[in-house]
Design a protein around this ligand. Structure first.
Ligand code: MG
Length: 275
């Protein structure tokens, strides 16, 4: 399947995955600031959107600032904050008010608290069980959240990434922990992060974007590209992260563009805008 070359001049908003698109480890990738500045200068809105649920938007902003990139916290959406916002909307629309039991780190707890939820460690007092990445996980955490789900708490996952990249290799990610809870409870979670729609919908709501004029740039086909294509966005696969050109190109629905990195995307925008 191939597409007509996308008309970048009509793109009004852009979402970027972070790891493998904006940076790798603690190293910024080439061309990031130049592209973001160009989008600003041409009146386009943008946001960085990551499945990482460990940090708050402020912590992400500080992390990229340490790499020399200027990104305000309002322009970063992690799956912790997306999960908290999404759950707040469900409660506002009629789900019961209630406490939340959390398997996760400070970023997720802070986001849920900021969204007005009271947290509990009592599995029999929780209306919601929310699970994300947790590098300090104990058996007691697993037992409490599983008991809450068995007791009827609605089961929500920040993201389904099964592994998490480290210098030593791939280690268990939030999705592996969700799989454990599913094995222990026979319940499937509602998952917020990419490739699922809630994350993209929350990001679009925040910058008033519509899929037809929005670009999604990602390094992982199965999360970044699949989810964006499903919603009708224009997609760009970059080769600075996980997936190879061959992996992107051999999909039955490949990304609209496959580019080495962000400098190529900036060049295409400039050419498109020049007419
Ligand atoms: Mg990535």
């Amino acid at each position: 399947m191939t597409y007509a070359h996308p008309a970048l001049s009509s793109i009004r908003a852009a979402f970027f995955d972070m790891d493998g698109v904006i940076y790798v480890g603690n190293r910024p990738l080439p061309g990031v600031q130049e592209l973001l500045d160009y989008l600003d200068a041409t009146g386009r809105r943008w946001m960085l959107v990551t499945n990482n649920a460990a940090l708050t938007s402020q912590q992400f902003s500080d992390k990229v600032a340490a790499m020399g990139l200027r990104v305000a916290p309002e322009r970063i959406l992690g799956s912790a904050e997306a999960t908290a916002s999404w759950l707040r909307h469900q409660v506002d629309k009629g789900w019961p008010e209630g406490k939340v039991i959390v398997n996760g780190q400070e970023g997720l707890r802070a986001a849920l608290t900021a969204a007005g939820f009271e947290l509990t460690t009592d599995p029999f007092d929780a209306a919601y069980a929310v699970s994300g990445a947790n590098f300090n996980l104990t058996y007691a955490d697993l037992a409490d959240v599983a008991l809450a789900i068995r007791n009827g708490a609605r089961f929500i996952g920040t993201n389904s990434d099964r592994t998490y990249p480290t210098e030593r290799g791939q280690v268990p990610g939030a999705g592996s922990i969700l799989a454990l809870f599913t094995a222990a409870t026979d319940k499937e979670p509602i998952v917020i992060g990419k490739p699922n729609a809630p994350m993209f919908e929350e990001a679009m709501r925040r910058i008033e974007a519509t899929p037809e004029t929005t670009l999604m740039v990602g390094d992982r086909y199965e999360t970044d590209i699949v989810g964006a294509l499903k919603l009708g966005m224009t997609t760009v696969g970059v080769l600075t992260g996980i997936d190879t050109r061959a992996h992107f190109a051999t999909q039955s629905a490949p990304p609209h563009l496959i580019l080495e990195g962000l400098p190529d995307l900036l060049a295409l925008f400039q050419r498109a805008d020049a007419g």
